[in-house]
Design a protein around this ligand. Structure first.
Ligand code: DGT
Ligand code: MG
Length: 368
């Protein structure tokens, strides 16, 4: 008798918000190459191409095993011709020549360095690159006037581009809690972003602040910022109204109390004790850490929590699901049902998933 070994055929739902994606990735070689191509497309402001590569990478992240042959991929969604060519190249040659040459290209390297400056986006970096500015020293010599964020970004460049550890995030949490409770006892602070999804490092630390009594959170941000400033914790801060999602894929109608949503982009000074030498003496040194603070009224808290937990692709897919499959508009403020012409209330993430007709996915499985 003969036995044939059949390859494992993978399958997955096409919406990332219907998949469970933990941090265990069995296909890092593939996903890292696709992420480089996504990043390159984003730096070239080709959003469509960027999303296509992000979706392809995300579908591979949720597979239970490493991909070993192209035929295993037949049943998978989100893998376009271009992504398939990249995967084939890696399976056959051990690396993607396109991802490798992208990584080594002068333009990609320069745009990475320039967008590594806090306050510099793809547009500005591209303009500078076309003027012949490819490095930080060339930028400093150029005589360009930098805004306050960019000046701070340049000043703390090395620290900001170092990953933030969970230990550092916890230390920042303590400071933020102290600040918030000093100015508004009873307020609640939640760690969001990648750390809430269980990541051990991040590029920043994200917090969501609310108060169980609606309205009590009003005017909170300036007070928190003043407290932090008076204690010397802030190297930079800028408080703005949150208008990110609303300007892009916001609800059919703006939420009534949207103007109360405030965001503070900041750079914290974190002092840490470092062991020096064998005698275990400690030396204090400071590091700069990017911190995002968001204040939400409790009525919008569940939406804000869902919106700020990420991943970015998971969020995008949730909104796409809501719009295309449910005729609803989801933002980090509200969920609007276009058929019923009304807002759907929710006081937990579970309720929002239920409104959307989705199985609940916990934060640690939103790492798409
Ligand atoms: P990280 O920090 O590199 O470990 O990765 P994340 O997942 O923490 O990403 P981050 O910090 O850029 O953003 C956290 C989540 O917050 C992200 O999944 C999407 C959301 N988000 C980011 N920026 C904005 C914004 O300006 N407005 C709103 N509503 N949401 C945002
Ligand atoms: Mg983050």
């Amino acid at each position: 008798e003969k036995y044939f070994l059949l390859p494992v055929l993978f399958s997955a739902p096409s919406y990332a918000c219907k998949r469970r994606t933990t941090l265990k990735n069995h296909n890092t070689l593939l996903t890292e190459a696709l992420s480089i191509l996504a990043e390159s497309a984003e730096l070239n402001e080709d959003e469509g191409r960027g999303v296509a590569f992000r979706r392809a990478a995300a579908v591979l992240k949720c597979l239970p095993k490493a991909v070993s042959s192209m035929e295993q991929l037949r049943g998978l969604p989100c893998l376009g011709d271009h992504s398939m060519r990249v995967i084939k190249d890696i399976l056959e040659n051990g690396a993607s020549s396109e991802a490798e040459s992208t990584k080594q290209s002068e333009r990609f390297k320069a745009l990475k360095v320039l967008t590594g400056i806090f306050g510099v986006g793809a547009k500005t970096a591209d303009r500078w690159f076309r003027e012949g500015i490819h490095s930080l020293s060339q930028l400093q010599e150029s005589g360009h006037t930098l805004n306050q964020a960019q000046q701070a970004g340049l000043q703390f460049y090395d620290d900001i581009n170092l990953p933030v550890s969970k230990t550092e995030a916890d230390a920042i949490s303590e400071i933020v809690e102290k600040a918030v409770h000093a100015v508004l006892p009873g307020a609640e602070i939640t760690l969001t972003g990648g750390f809430r999804r269980g990541k051990l490092t991040g590029h920043d630390v994200d917090f969501l602040i609310t108060h169980p009594e609606e309205g009590k959170e009003e005017g909170l941000m300036p007070k928190v910022v003043s407290w932090l400033e008076s204690q010397g914790f802030l190297l930079y801060q800028k408080t703005t109204r949150n208008s990110y999602l609303e300007s892009k894929d916001g609800p059919g109608r703006p939420a009534s109390n949207m103007d109360r949503f405030e965001r503070c982009l900041s750079i914290f000074k974190l002092t840490k004790d470092r062991c020096v030498g064998q005698k275990q003496g400690t030396k204090q040194s400071a590091t700069a850490v990017r911190v995002d603070l968001v204040v939400s009224p409790v009525s919008q808290f569940a939406f804000a929590l869902l919106g700020w937990t990420g991943s970015k692709l998971f969020e995008r897919e949730l909104r796409r699901w809501a719009g295309h499959e449910k005729a609803m508009s989801l933002s980090s403020h509200a969920l609007y049902d276009n058929k019923q012409s009304r807002y759907l209330r929710a006081s937990s993430e579970e309720e929002i998933f239920a409104h959307l007709g989705l199985e609940y996915i916990p934060p640690t499985e939103r790492n798409a």
